[in-house]
Design a protein around this ligand. Structure first.
Ligand code: A3P
Length: 292
């Protein structure tokens, strides 16, 4: 076993990113992912954690089902959109028929080389980082492989420092944005999906070259709204809760602006300052709140 550069007992650093020790991946396994065979019809879903990954998995699966009705399967989204950097027990999930979907949190420089070389479709979903922080805080309290934070303040600082699972949100978004000319990437935003899911699904279908009927698009939207995903065991990771890998349900609130229930005024000012320092040169805007 390689010796790991431990950030704490739960996370190790590799190439400026933080990976989960108990997932069982070694740096050499992460390097090997760069050589995963990529096919021209593959589609990659890439996100920073808690940015709407499961939501986009559901949307992609539904679009593929509508576009390839002969390939509809009775399986969970976790099986149908295999996680690229999942630990060894889940590796066989990568064996899938074409067109394949993959999910990953890896930054652009750690993606399989074929993603760029074959110019496959990449969908990058991003979300306002204040809600990402709050959602990740709750995920830390849920996922057995991570340590529940000592306090919200403690976690808040770790997030700003990039000392959390996958590293800095600021770096992740910047790196994907900067790599946009090297990849065939569509950027979608969680806030836009909350505001006009149908519009974003239409955009996504056009990007993927999937010509769906209006009824099929309505169906994709209907099955992907929060309340329907929440009760759908194929979409809500119920299997991970049932097998005690997660202590809590992953479909938590699904809103924009929950950070207002957690940030103090002082934390919010600190966050805004860091956001300004790190992001103001990028032309990216986020939906910070949608009034309920
Ligand atoms: P909250 O914890 O803020 O509720 P990921 O899938 O990247 O881990 O992101 C998880 C977040 O996406 C959670 O946010 C979850 O509730 C939210 N989410 C999942 N499905 C959603 C949907 N259909 N609509 C809105 N939010 C959704």
């Amino acid at each position: 076993m390689d010796s790991l550069d431990l950030l704490n007992p739960y996370l190790f650093r590799y190439k400026k990113r933080n990976f989960v020790v108990q997932e069982g991946l070694q740096p050499k396994d992460l390097d090997a992912l760069q050589h995963v065979e990529i096919r021209p019809t593959d589609v990659f879903l890439t996100t920073y954690p808690k940015s709407g990954t499961a939501w986009m998995q559901q949307i992609l699966v539904q679009i593929m089902d509508a576009a390839h009705p002969d390939q509809v399967e009775d399986a969970t989204n976790r099986v149908r959109v295999p996680w690229l950097e999942a630990g060894p027990p889940d590796n066989p999930l990568r064996e899938r028929p074409d067109p394949r979907l993959f999910g990953t949190h890896l930054p652009p420089d750690m993606l399989p080389h074929g993603v760029r070389a074959k110019r496959i479709k990449v969908v990058y979903v991003m979300r306002n980082p204040k809600d990402v922080l709050v959602s990740l805080y709750h995920f830390y309290c849920s996922w057995k492989m991570l340590e529940a934070p000592k306090s919200f303040e403690d976690f808040f600082q770790q997030f700003l420092d990039g000392d959390v699972y996958m590293g800095s949100w600021f770096d992740h978004v910047r790196e994907y944005y900067t790599a946009r000319d090297q990849m065939d990437v569509l950027f979608l935003k969680y806030g836009d999906m909350l505001k006009d899911l149908r519009g974003e699904v239409v955009k996504l279908c056009a990007f993927l070259g999937k010509n769906l009927t209006d009824e099929a698009i309505d169906q994709v939207v209907e099955t992907s709204i929060f309340k329907n995903m929440k009760t759908n065991p194929k979409a809500n990771f119920k299997d991970l809760v049932d097998t005690h890998r997660y202590k809590k349900k992953t479909m938590r609130k699904g809103i924009a602006g929950d950070w207002k229930n957690f940030f103090t005024v002082a934390q919010n000012e600190r966050f805004d300052q860091v956001f300004k320092e790190k992001m103001s040169d990028l032309p990216l805007t986020f939906t910070w709140e949608i009034k309920q």
